[in-house]
Design a protein around this ligand. Structure first.
Ligand code: Q9C
Ligand code: ZN
Length: 666
């Protein structure tokens, strides 16, 4: 199952023919540099190249009016003066004799992408298109957009394939008001957008881009707007919104298809956005969406006006769609105060619509000013003052998943049966014997532990991406791996334990190991920053409680801790269903460059297949629309978040979390 790449040089063949400072940034090179970067990096070659097609009139009419289509159809025959005049009736857009043709190809490209994904020709894909689409409305061009490519694609998917629920994630830095208008009363399309807003001072300056526009009638709750009221938002601001808002809601919604309005003007260096998120963040945003809808994800280019930042961001997105492990996230701090205020407002505006947000703090309106404030005019942004390091080259190790299995268990397809590549250092063997095998001088156990140590070392060298081991004594194996990785290799290790294991206190003393444990027993409150036990009332039979912990606690902690190895421990009889386990496994691979080592008790053989599938990068099966988590669980998780949020900044999700007189007043 591959990744489609849709591109046609034809879409570079229109440009601004007169002087207009508003439109000069929308240039043909946006497409050529993006495509060339994909070719140069070898990514284009790894994709399935799908040709564009022209959208039909019927396709366009899924979203636009007949009058508007007929009007645009005349533009190829207009003189320069007529084009200028025609342009004047719309905002921030320009026409050209060839733009109608390109706009038909852009919409058609989005439809080809939907066809390729829905028919199973590919798993996911990206369409590089011009003109962009998300600002165009039923009867109006706007913001460089002529036809609303993604809105058309969503309607088409519903009509052509009977898709019941579509999630549209608009990570472009502008509000895709055209998409919002198209679906505001439609509960089958969940539209999420974050956008530079600055209390309604930033284009398109609409009242309805604010957090309290949530959709209308049956569609109430299915429009989610996150206004950025300051510029210079960073990676952690974006990730916070994903973990504490978009992902929980998206999992509850349970889409059959995910469409991304993939604009990269939300990346650093962009003259429009003036944000500070680095191109590698798009690897994570993409990865975090790839286990929804059985992996069916279509990304369609929207904005992006700094050619360097744009090309890098496109590459990060496509490389992630191809399944290569995401890079370690760059410079994660806590979210800034303004981002927290926005997050707080959106969560509370939506708490009546989504059970995962029911517990979100009610908005104390007096505290947060989101009113329309007039800002002082600022100097023009100069993008050549902004610098950022080029993203590190990502590469997928030759071995994606290595397995250490007892002889009686067959090695699953596409896995690498792990054998010792070299004899272990006798010093290590002695230590193993001393620390773990004192009593029984068990040859089998020694061989298993030696293989585990060697596996960890080869993951550290990035020769192997992930691993799975079925072990006779899981506590011993876990301790052995942790000790070696944290002490000998001096790495940070995130241990996620599903089930009851008595975690020895020395493990979490020095900060080299962070343990998050889903335990069936209610335990005493932990005092350690590095040992986090979570107890769910009904164990794992309540999948929504589990997902709530994964999104709201585990992922933020994991991202902030930034481990170089994730050890995922599954005790026997955990009771967690396969699909939830696979979601967990899949999502965790966004951390530590995909270096996940799964340890399972040897009586969990049935779980080998599903686990390996996730380690190989296959999307996890969807969990079905989620119900409300138990209120006791919600409360206990909230208590935990409260205890930890001072030390783990990515756990913050309300305006109060920052404190009143904290450093960040800017
Ligand atoms: N400072 C897209 O990103 N406003 N469209 C330009 C110049 C229009 C953006 C103002 C921005 C349109 C798809
Ligand atoms: Zn944009």
């Amino acid at each position: 199952m591959g990744t489609a790449l849709i591109y046609d040089e034809e879409m570079t063949k229109y440009k601004l023919l007169w002087v207009d400072p508003m439109c000069k940034i929308e240039v043909p090179e946006r497409l050529t540099v993006s495509h060339e970067a994909l070719v140069k990096s070898g990514l284009a070659d790894r994709c399935v190249s799908v040709p564009v097609r022209k959208a039909t009139d019927a396709d366009i009419l899924l979203v636009h009016s007949e009058e508007y289509l007929e009007a645009v159809k005349k533009t190829p025959y207009m003189t320069l003066e007529e084009l200028k005049d025609f342009t004047l009736q719309y905002g921030d857009v320009y026409f050209h004799p060839n733009i109608y043709h390109c706009a038909m190809l852009a919409a058609g490209a989005a439809l080809q992408l939907v066809d390729s994904v829905m028919t199973g020709k590919v798993r996911n894909g990206m369409a590089l298109v011009r003109p962009p689409g998300h600002h165009s409305m039923r009867s109006a061009a706007n913001g460089f957009c002529v036809f609303n490519n993604v809105a058309i694609a969503a309607q088409y998917a519903k009509q052509q394939y009977g898709v019941k629920r579509v999630l549209i994630v608009d990570w472009d830095v502008h509000h895709g008001q055209g998409v919002q208008y198209c679906f505001e009363d439609d509960p089958s399309v969940l539209y999420f957008s974050w956008h530079r807003y600055e209390h309604q001072n930033f284009w398109p300056k609409l009242r309805e881009s604010d957090f309290d526009s949530v959709g209308k009638e049956k569609g109430a709750g299915f429009t989610i707007n996150v206004p950025w009221n300051k510029v210079e938002m960073q990676n952690s601001d974006y990730l916070s919104v994903f973990c504490h808002l978009l992902l929980p809601v998206a999992y509850e919604f349970c889409p059959d298809l995910v469409l991304v309005c993939a604009g990269f003007d939300s990346a650093i260096g962009d003259p429009e956005g003036e944000m500070c998120a680095t191109p590698d963040i798009f690897a994570h945003l993409t990865h975090l969406l790839m286990n929804l809808a059985g992996g069916k994800l279509c990304a369609v280019l929207e904005g992006g006006y700094n050619l360097t930042s744009l090309a890098q961001s496109v590459c990060q997105t496509v490389q992630t769609l191809l399944g290569d492990p995401a890079p370690r996230p760059v410079k994660l701090e806590g979210p800034c105060r303004s981002a927290l205020e926005s997050l707080h407002c959106v969560r509370s505006a939506h708490r009546q619509y989504w059970s995962c947000l029911k517990h979100a703090a009610d908005l104390p309106t007096s505290d947060i000013s989101t009113k329309h404030l007039k800002l002082a005019d600022e100097d023009e942004y100069s993008d050549d003052e902004t610098e950022w390091p080029e993203p590190v080259k990502r590469f997928a190790p030759a071995v994606r998943a290595a397995v250490v299995l007892p002889d009686a268990v067959a090695c699953p397809d596409r896995c690498h049966p792990f054998t010792l590549s070299e004899d272990l250092d006798p010093f290590i063997v002695n230590k193993l014997k001393e620390n773990f095998l004192k009593e029984a001088d068990d040859g089998d156990a020694l061989s298993t532990l030696s293989r585990l140590i060697n596996l960890v070392e080869r993951m550290e060298k990035n020769e192997i991406c992930s691993g799975l081991a079925l072990v006779p004594e899981i506590s011993m194996a876990t301790m052995c791996v942790i000790q070696h990785a944290a002490s000998a290799l001096r790495n940070r290790v995130l241990v996620v334990c599903v089930g009851d294991w008595n975690v020895p206190s020395q493990v979490t003393e020095d900060g080299k190991t962070l343990v998050l444990q889903f335990s069936n027993k209610e335990s005493e409150e932990s005092k350690s920053r590095y040992y986090i036990p979570v107890h769910l009332k009904k164990g794992f039979s309540d999948v929504s409680g589990f997902i709530q912990v994964v999104m709201g606690l585990l992922l933020p902690l994991g991202y902030e801790y930034d481990p170089s190895l994730v050890v995922l421990v599954r005790m026997s009889d955990s009771g967690l269903c396969d699909s939830a386990w696979q979601q967990l496994t899949g999502l965790l691979q966004g951390l530590a460059q995909g270096h996940t080592l799964v340890l399972m008790q040897d009586n969990e053989k049935e779980c080998v297949g599903p686990t390996v599938s996730s380690l190989l990068g296959n999307p996890a099966p969807s969990l079905g629309p989620l119900l409300a988590p138990l209120s006791e669980d919600v409360e206990s998780v909230e208590k935990l978040r409260d205890r930890l949020k001072a030390e783990w900044k990515l756990l913050q999700n309300t305006a109060q979390d920052k404190g009143r007189d904290a450093e960040d007043q800017s």
